[in-house]
Design a protein around this ligand. Sequence first.
Ligand SMILES: [Zn+2]
Ligand SMILES: [Zn+2]
Length: 141
Amino acid sequence: METQQLIVKFRSKGYKVTPQRLAICEFVLSSKDHPTADRIHQELKKKYPTMSLATVYQTLHILSEIGLLQELGFTYTTSRYDPDTSPHIHIICKKCGKIQDYKSESIERLWAQVVEELKIKPIGQRLDIYRYCDQCQKSEN
Ligand SMILES: [Zn+2]
Ligand SMILES: [Zn+2]
């Protein structure tokens, strides 16, 4: 998404766009590894030493509210954030927390079929598969 579009979206919801908020948006919307708020904070504090973790959370919530970000909450660990809001499967390592995306036509077909059967208009979805990743499996042995 273009910065200008992002600013328009923020303002349409009554939110101000600050350089810190923009930096958070840019970072998380281009991320591929489903970062935690902490990691985003650690990364951006290098450039914005005054940035607070609260600002990170606030911005992530705004992005979720305007539909650009999916928060993946877990009962056993902190939330992760995903800029890809289309139907895809998360392959999650229960030990190290690594999250990989799996996208395929079969998921899209199944998803379209389920939505049709339910006759609903979904506003989000989440498909998780848990496992131990190759590395964690190796370290177990
Ligand atoms: Zn692992
Ligand atoms: Zn994902």
